[in-house]
Design a protein. Structure first.
Length: 190
């Protein structure tokens, strides 16, 4: 009749184990760049975020609260604990959007990273609503991904955002809002 599935599995794993054991230890080179010289991190980050079809505002930090109020208007938004703004919705079923800060942002890729610490909300709060307004302080922007990773705690839940949620089908028809907010708006506080 033939071998059982478990027997075949065990045989394959044993053969792989023998092959790996003969190979010995291999040193993996770690000579990739971990920093990058960027003349203006804020300008590069703003350009890359804009490339992703996000709405970008670069404004002085003193103007941020008023701009948030102006942008939010009558929207029912979730304002996570620890974000420096009063009020907000907590019901995902009725919220139009979410307003958060971030843990770090990457200029080279235009990526925002949330570690869901204070002011960043839960994963559900940042992925379910159709609109996300994220405030990024200039000091949170690093040049490249290795710099961002070095600032993050790998034990925390991380959400990496590179523009509004989007996907394309086999005919390359772009659909936004499938796996997260359809609209991403970013305030870069200088």
């Amino acid at each position: 009749m033939g071998r059982s599935v478990m027997g075949a599995r065990e045989e394959i794993l044993a053969r792989i184990g023998k092959a790996v054991a003969r190979a010995g230890d291999v040193e993996i080179p770690r000579d990739y760049r971990t920093t990058q010289q960027v003349e203006d991190l804020v300008a590069l980050f703003a350009e890359r975020v804009d490339d992703y079809r996000a709405i970008v505002h670069v404004i002085p930090s003193a103007e941020v609260p008023a701009r948030i109020d102006q942008i939010i208007g009558d929207r029912r938004v979730i304002v996570p604990d620890g974000f420096d703004r009063d009020g907000g919705w907590t019901d995902l079923n009725t919220a139009d959007g979410v307003v958060t800060g971030c843990a770090v942002a990457v200029a080279e890729t235009g990526t925002i990273v949330l570690d869901h610490g204070p002011g960043q909300g839960t994963r559900a709060q940042t992925l379910v609503p159709d609109y996300h307004l994220c405030v990024v302080r200039a000091g949170q922007i690093v040049s490249c991904v290795p710099e961002a990773v070095a600032r993050l705690d790998p034990a925390r839940p991380l959400t990496w955002i590179s523009g509004p949620s989007a996907t394309s089908d086999i005919e390359l028809n772009r659909v936004e809002g499938v796996h997260g907010p359809r609209t991403l708006e970013v305030i870069i506080s200088t």
